[in-house]
Design a protein around this ligand. Structure first.
Ligand code: SF4
Length: 370
């Protein structure tokens, strides 16, 4: 399939061979892919890997995001979302407001995604109650809630183990962790950008325990700030290693850093080529994670559509209202309809597949019991 001379000239002949034969890539291979000046060469390899797994299918979900509060005890320097208590731009939704959003005007949702800051006061019982009430409003929706960072925060605040928090959230109705808070696992970067936050080993440990408890998860990577290409690849390799042990990751979500309004100050945003290359390298490195998301909220709809040719197979979903990326300057719209997403996918040359959180196909307007 590949012209060997073309890949030889780029110094990628051996990597192209490994991809053709389904062999695992090393961290050095990933770094070489990032260094390749021709994004289409990397993209073609990723497209081969993506097509092998998913053919022409491109997935999306009818979902809604609910950000319950942006009040956070941490002060990550890449975060434009969080505020301290009392700040005029802080917010905290009441139980009624959360339920109104979950109710979605009487429409059935397939997935509800709930995350917020590490709130200094809200007890774990508040979240158990909220999840239970959301289930009453949307009995068939799959509830994907709380990052590993929030889970560790609940445990610390309550003085209980992470295992107990996970067990209580599971019994309240949490079926999956959305995978945020991973940022970049590099200790160097975390020390500079988010020293108060759960460290990399802690994030991986919470997620490992979640998988062992039967709570699946996604995994994110925030890129495009001060990390090096190698640190991105090392992040992917750490996830790949955990996945070899647990098999609990469903989807990997590269998140382009949005520099506006963050304490990091003026920085150039990522370029389209960097976004596409990062998605492509993710597909190639993460041979044991089935899905790679082109998160249109951060990428823009047009680039997310293009990313379907660079290794991505998931478009995320209808979202409805998103605060985390938009407070950091994301210029995409707030939500998309099922029809809009299907049109974008079809015009890209792919077949839209409406899915649930575990990527099982669902059909029509009715959300299905997971
Ligand atoms: S990234 Fe998360 S943990 Fe860090 S300040 Fe923002 S909301 Fe808080």
């Amino acid at each position: 399939m590949f012209e060997p001379r073309y890949y030889r000239n780029l110094g990628l002949e051996e990597i192209a061979r490994k991809v053709s034969e389904g062999e695992r890539l090393t961290i050095d291979d990933g770094e070489k892919l990032f260094a390749c000046p021709e994004v289409t060469a990397v993209g073609a390899l990723a497209h081969l890997a993506r097509t092998r797994l998913h053919g022409k299918s491109a997935y999306y979900v009818v979902n809604r995001h609910i950000n319950y509060s942006n009040i956070c005890v941490n002060g990550c320097r890449f975060c434009a979302f969080s505020r301290k208590k009392g700040d005029p731009l802080s917010f905290e939704l009441s139980e009624e407001q959360i339920l109104e959003k979950a109710g979605a005007g009487g429409r059935a949702l397939t997935e509800i995604h709930v995350v917020g800051g590490c709130h200094p006061d809200l007890p774990l019982s508040f979240f158990e109650n909220i999840i239970g009430r959301i289930r009453e409003v949307q009995p068939h929706a799959f509830i994907k809630a709380f990052t590993a960072v929030e889970v560790a925060h609940f445990a610390k605040k309550e003085g209980v183990s992470v295992g107990e928090v996970l067990a209580r959230l599971k019994s309240a109705g949490v079926r999956m962790l959305p995978g945020g808070g991973a940022e970049v696992f590099s200790d160097r970067v975390r020390k500079l950008l988010c020293p108060e936050k759960l460290d990399a080993a802690g994030w991986l440990d919470v997620v490992r325990q979640a998988h062992e408890t039967g709570i699946r998860s996604n995994a994110t990577m925030l890129y495009g700030h001060i990390e090096t290409p190698r640190e991105r690849v090392e992040h992917m390799a750490a996830l790949r290693e955990l996945q070899d042990g647990t098999g609990g990751f469903v989807c990997f979500i590269p998140l382009a850093f949005q520099p506006s309004n963050t304490p990091l100050g003026p920085m150039a945003p990522t370029t389209g080529v960097d976004d596409l290359k990062t998605i492509a390298v993710s597909r190639l490195m993460l041979d044991n994670i089935a899905h790679i998301k082109a998160y249109w909220v951060m990428l823009t709809v047009k680039l997310a559509q293009t990313a379907l040719y660079f290794g991505a197979d998931d478009f995320d979903g209808t979202v409805v209202e998103e605060k985390i990326g938009h407070m950091a300057g994301a210029r995409s719209q707030q939500g998309m309809t099922r029809g809009e997403i299907e049109r974008i996918i079809r015009e890209g040359g792919f077949e839209p597949v409406e899915r649930d959180s575990l990527f099982r196909p669902v059909s029509g307007n009715a959300a299905r019991q997971g």
